[in-house]
Write a protein that binds this ligand. Sequence first.
Ligand code: B1M
Length: 222
Amino acid sequence: MNEILNRIAQCVEFGKINKASPYPPSMKDQDGADELAKRALEEGVKPDEILENALVPAMANVGNKFSRKEIYVPQMLMAAKAMNSAMMHLKPYFLSGETKRKGKFIIGTVSGDLHDIGKNLVSMMIEGGGWEVIDLGVDVSAEKFLKALDGNPDAFVGLSALLTTTMENMKKIVSAIKEKYSSSKILIGGAPVTMEYCQKIGADFYSPDPQGAVNYLKQFVS
Ligand code: B1M
């Protein structure tokens, strides 16, 4: 079992999606995360074992390498795609409730802002960290965040902003959420955002990168 889990982890870490994918060249013609995750389930490996012992550590390695600037956005996107191809096989088990995830995380790029590359990376890393992610997309208003929280009041919330102008909307959204759901935890990030701004607007945590967000969430899992 360990061998197949190690192979899935390697595929995710190095962005090998499936056999047909030519990337990375060193793994050409080999099975990818897609085929291996399917085979592992057929061989009786439990979905949560695949998540916890292959996808989560692989994505943590990816996140740490990205934080240390040993890899860049393209490699991270390939890793996230490989993770998604494995997740596709696991999702039916999570959705049926047969296998539990760590919690829910609602994420969106704030109103007025259409940048989503960073937000998608954060979303994929958190999903790879074992959380159910509700991705509201871009240009997300306070009302839309509140509606998502109404259906998932225990969810953690993540806001992304890339423009100095839309950072202001982050403040409005944090206030609206805290007014209705005072105990909800809000993480913020994006190129112009800082820890100082986070404190100023009453959000709970700022992370400059996806791995910091994943690490922050870990403390809430028993
Ligand atoms: Co835009 N843009 N853009 N743009 N764009 C910037 C941000 C800008 C810095 C370019 C510049 O002028 N040098 C500038 C902002 C200036 C400012 O506000 N100070 C800018 C501008 C001005 C604009 C427009 C206004 C341009 C125009 O139309 N006149 C316009 C605005 C549109 C709108 O949003 N309403 C606009 C449009 C666009 C495109 C649509 C063309 C495109 C976006 C495509 C897309 O996202 N689908 C685009 C792009 C690509 C950029 C740049 C080039 C790259 C942004 C990016 O994806 N970076 C950017 C310049 C630059 O950064 N070099 C720029 C890679 C990404 C992985 O990083 O998003 O920072 P980032 O995410 C990081 C971290 O910040 C963090 O994790 C990620 C990984 O490390 N992170 C979080 C992000 N969210 C997080 C949330 C967390 C935690 C961490 O917790 C919840």
